[in-house]
Design a binder for this molecule. Sequence first.
Ligand code: NDP
Length: 305
Amino acid sequence: METDRRSLKKPSASDQADAALNGPTGRTRVAGIIGWPVSHSLSPRLHSFWLRRYRIDGTYVPLPVDPERLEEAFAGLAALGLVGANITIPHKEQAFTLVDSRSEVAARIGAVNTVIVTQSGGLHGTNTDAFGFIENLRAGAPTWRSENGPAVILGAGGAARAVAVALLDAGVSVIRLMNRDHRRAEALATALARDEIEVRPWAERDSAIAGAALVVNATSLGMHGCPELALDLRRLPGNAVVNDIVYVPALTALLAQAKARGLVAVPGLGMLLHQARSAFQAWFDVDPEVDEDLRRYVARALADS
Ligand code: NDP
């Protein structure tokens, strides 16, 4: 992965302007994002940035697909010559059942967010959310280590499952999991079947974070339009890391509280950017860089929305 990235020179502004003026050619590689709705997705902006930066003859388009027609859409991907697609809400679980083969990580997460059309025209499904989460955590909190202490995950939806898989793979030995709907947290722990996961009551979250090295908000609380996550961080040790995977707004109230306490605060946007890397590499043969230019470019779209 590193070799590809280093061997590519960033194009000049005039190169980028040339590339932007040239339309698709007969060899253009086409990928996209399938969702319903999909117009809000940042992925076209993100992938288009990299396609321009690395001067790749490719394009990435939004593909709104009604859930009733997902099977038809999947059947057409190879026939239309697409190199693959990202899959977003509400299709990730159904996509898992529609691909011909699945990566091990997709099987553990139980959902597919990336489809790769193989040389033989088959559909391979994978899930890049766990990778995106851990890469963003390592980039935002370089001193964090799995052996630093227990991790706390708030939430038990699709994103929480990817976070749990990522932390287990990173070697975290205690994960305290809590969710408003307790049964859903139990179901997640049962599905992952790992002794490292302890389910705790949602109402006891303030005390459950005591002594933790990492707290991850994987609920939708704190997201624009949702209530704030009520969590008192005072029982966290001074070297703890707080990671909010919500990325709208960029600085959630939880992250602001962590910063005010002098803790390391890791925002969620980087997870989105890093999870896109492996799909981009599979389709376009380049491991693209997540840097400040990209962050600013994507964040500008969030500010405008
Ligand atoms: P799901 O709908 O699968 O899960 C939502 C989670 O939020 C559940 O745990 C749910 O609890 C909890 N929740 C919702 N409302 C409340 C509430 N009022 N009080 C307490 N808990 C609540 O969503 P996802 O797992 O897909 O996504 C969760 C968040 O993560 C979203 O904000 C999403 O934008 C973000 N995300 C960020 C990514 C990134 O790249 N940064 C990637 C994927 C997701 P309950 O089960 O009790 O309803």
